[in-house]
Design a protein around this ligand. Structure first.
Ligand code: NI
Length: 169
């Protein structure tokens, strides 16, 4: 599946609830994982492949691959962490983003089973990044305006390069 990039309005929409977790969703999740692996990403959300639904997948280092459908954030820690992030939809752009260090989130998996996950560090960060995609929010929006504008300008001029060793989401 092709990943849509900055400038496409589909990235700015609030995604719609998945009404039924069926074979179509299983197939979608499978394709999303294939895309994630081929792009060597950490996470991928529906809107990034033009599917305006509340679904994202993650595969983070040693963590199991996970599917999140209709997720809701139950809790975020007051403690925050700052870490460099990138996004498959803004390839080559990296910036340090402040996010909660830990989260608690509820969602359904591709089998239609509800689950709750408590995560911290990189796993929490990727989940929050993907959750933002469902709200039409890109990671650059967490940056001060001047910094964001500078990065977008560089991106639009083609002055950015995707780093091989840096994974994006
Ligand atoms: Ni992203």
């Amino acid at each position: 599946m092709q990943i849509i990039t900055l400038g496409n309005d589909l990235l700015r929409q609030k995604a719609e609830k998945v009404e039924k977790i069926d074979a179509e969703i299983i197939e979608l999740a499978k394709k999303m994982f294939e895309t994630l692996e081929s792009e060597q990403g950490l996470g991928l959300a529906g809107p990034q492949i033009g599917v305006n639904k509340r679904i994202f997948v993650t595969h983070i280092q040693n963590d199991d691959p996970r599917v999140f459908i209709n997720p809701s954030i139950i809790e975020t820690s007051a403690e925050t962490a700052k870490c460099e992030e990138g996004c498959l939809s803004i390839p080559g752009v990296y910036a340090s983003v402040v996010r909660p260090e830990a989260i608690k989130l509820q969602a359904w998996n591709e089998k239609g089973k509800p689950f709750t996950i408590e995560a911290e560090g990189l796993v929490a960060r990727v989940i929050l990044h993907e959750y933002d995609h469902l709200e039409g929010v890109l990671f650059l929006e967490h940056l001060p305006q001047d910094k964001r504008e500078k990065l977008i300008e560089k991106y639009e001029k083609g002055e950015v390069t995707r780093k091989k060793d840096k994974r994006q989401e």
